[in-house]
Ligand binder design. Structure first.
Ligand SMILES: [Zn+2]
Ligand SMILES: [Zn+2]
Length: 396
C-alpha cells in the first residue's frame, strides 16, 4: 500500500506545488476564505468526491466512500485561513493581497489535503470504510472547528478518529515530530471588574483603592502556578492589561484587568478557574471591594492519542525510514483549534509536526513572521503520511 501512496504523491508533486503557490498568492483571513473554499470545492468535485459546503461559513467537508465494504470513518483536517501580515519574501508566489499572508503554513495544509484526496480517490478499492476531509475556516483565533462540529461535520457517517499535521519551522524537511498526550495548551481569556470607592489621593482612609486591590489580585494570581498547581503540570496565568485611574491625585473607583490562562491538561484548566474565583473572592473580602471575574473560553488543551500516533509513526517509517521520526520532547504552550474535532475528548485525535525547515534554502523563519516560508519538498511526504495513516486505521 505504501508504494502506491508514495508513487502517486510523487506523480502529483508539481501540481500540488502549483496549488500551494496559488493559494499562497491569494490569502484570506479567518471566516473570509471564500475564494480558497471555492477552489477546494472545485478540486474535490473534479475528483468526484461528495462535498458539503458552507459548514461554519466557508468550511468544506469532503467524503470519500471506500469500495471494499463497510467500515469505520476517519477524518483528516486542514485549516485554510491566513494572517494579517505584510509578506516580506521576494518570491514569484509572494502574496498579492496587501497586509494578508499565509505565514502559518495553512496554504500548505489545504494543498496537502487536496493532494490526499487525489491519492485516496485513486486507491478507493483499498479503502474499507470512509474518509472525511475537513477543510476548516478560521483557525487563527476565531475558532472555526467547533462550529463545524456543531453543524454535524462528525456525523453521517460518524467519524471515529481525526488526524492532522501542522508544518513546523523547527523540524528539518524530510522529518516529522510526534508526541503522545499533551501537545498544545488551552487558550482562554480572563478578565476582572474591580469596584471600590474613589476619593482624594490625600485621604486614602476614606476610599477603597482599586489600584491597591488590583495589584494584590495580580500578585495573588501568580500563586496559582507557583503554589496551587503540581509543578509537573504547566499552567500560565498572565495579566496582560491593567487599567485604572485617569489623574495622579485621585484614587479611582474602578479597575479592569484582562489576561489569559494556558494549561496543558483539561483538569488543570478547570482547577485554575476554581483558584481564580477563590482568589478574586478572597482579595475582594480582604479589602472590602467587589471583584467580578470572567472567563471567555478559547481552544481546549490538545491531547494526542497514542494509538493514532503509533499508526502515524508506522506509516512514516514505512515511507521514509525510522530515522525520520523524531519525538517532540516538550509540548507547546501555543494553542490549536484542531483539537475541537475531538468533540470534548470523545473521539481520539492526533496531530504531528511536519518538518519544513531548510537552512540551505534560507527557510529558517518562524511561523507568524513576515519572512515565513516552507520547503515545498515536504508536501509529498505530508500527503503520503496522512493518506497512509488513514488507510492503516481503516484496515485495522
Ligand atoms: Zn498560526
Ligand atoms: Zn497554524
Amino acid at each position: 500500500m505504501k508504494d502506491a501512496v508514495w508513487k502517486i504523491a510523487q506523480e502529483i508533486k508539481d501540481e500540488v506545488i502549483e496549488t500551494r503557490r496559488n493559494i499562497h498568492m491569494y490569502p484570506e483571513l479567518g471566516y473570509e476564505e471564500e475564494k480558497t473554499s471555492e477552489l477546494v470545492i472545485k478540486k474535490l468535485k473534479e475528483l468526484g468526491i461528495e462535498v458539503k459546503t458552507k459548514v461554519a461559513k466557508f468550511g468544506v467537508v469532503g467524503l470519500i466512500r471506500g469500495t471494499t465494504g463497510d467500515g469505520k470513518t476517519i477524518g483528516i483536517r486542514a485549516d485554510m485561513d491566513a494572517l494579517p501580515l505584510q509578506e516580506e519574501n521576494e518570491v514569484p508566489y509572494k502574496s498579492k493581497i496587501d497586509g494578508v499572508m499565509h505565514a502559518c503554513g495553512h496554504d500548505a495544509h489545504t494543498t496537502m489535503l487536496l493532494g490526499i484526496a487525489k491519492i485516496l480517490v485513486k486507491m478507493k478499492d483499498k479503502i474499507k470504510g470512509n474518509i472525511k476531509l475537513f477543510f476548516q475556516p478560521a483557525e487563527e483565533g476565531l475558532g472555526g472547528a467547533k462550529p463545524m462540529v456543531q453543524e454535524g461535520a462528525l456525523e453521517d457517517p460518524d467519524v471515529s478518529a481525526v488526524i492532522a499535521l501542522h508544518v513546523d519551522d523547527e523540524t528539518n524537511v524530510g522529518h516529522i515530530k510526534v508526541k503522545d498526550g499533551c501537545f498544545t495548551a488551552s487558550a482562554d481569556k480572563i478578565w476582572f471588574d474591580i469596584e471600590g470607592k474613589g476619593g482624594h489621593a490625600a485621604a486614602p482612609h476614606d476610599t477603597i483603592d482599586t489600584i491597591v486591590v488590583a495589584s494584590n489580585l495580580v500578585c495573588a494570581l501568580q500563586t496559582i502556578a507557583s503554589r496551587n498547581t503540581d509543578p509537573v503540570n504547566p499552567v500560565v496565568v498572565t495579566v496582560g492589561t491593567f487599567n485604572a485611574g485617569t489623574v495622579y491625585n485621585v484614587i479611582p473607583e474602578k479597575a479592569h484587568l484582562t489576561g489569559t490562562v494556558r494549561a496543558l491538561k483539561p483538569e488543570v484548566r478547570e482547577a485554575t478557574y476554581e483558584s481564580i474565583k477563590r482568589i478574586a473572592d478572597g482579595v475582594a473580602k480582604t479589602f472590602g471591594a467587589k471583584i467580578t471575574p470572567g472567563i471567555t473560553r478559547g481552544y481546549s488543551p490538545g491531547l494526542n492519542d497514542p494509538e493514532l500516533n503509533k499508526l502515524i509513526k508506522e506509516a512514516t517509517i514505512e515511507l521514509v525510514g525510522e530515522d525520520k521520526v523524531l519525538l517532540a520532547d516538550a509540548p507547546s504552550m501555543g494553542a490549536e483549534d484542531f483539537y475541537e474535532f475531538s468533540d470534548n475528548y470523545r473521539i481520539p485525535v492526533s496531530m504531528f509536526w511536519l518538518g519544513i525547515r531548510n537552512e540551505k534554502k534560507g527557510i529558517i523563519h518562524p511561523g507568524h513572521s513576515p519572512k515565513y516560508d516552507i520547503d515545498e519538498d515536504a508536501l509529498p511526504l505530508g500527503c503520503s503520511i496522512l493518506a497512509l495513516t488513514a488507510l492503516k486505521y481503516l484496515s485495522n
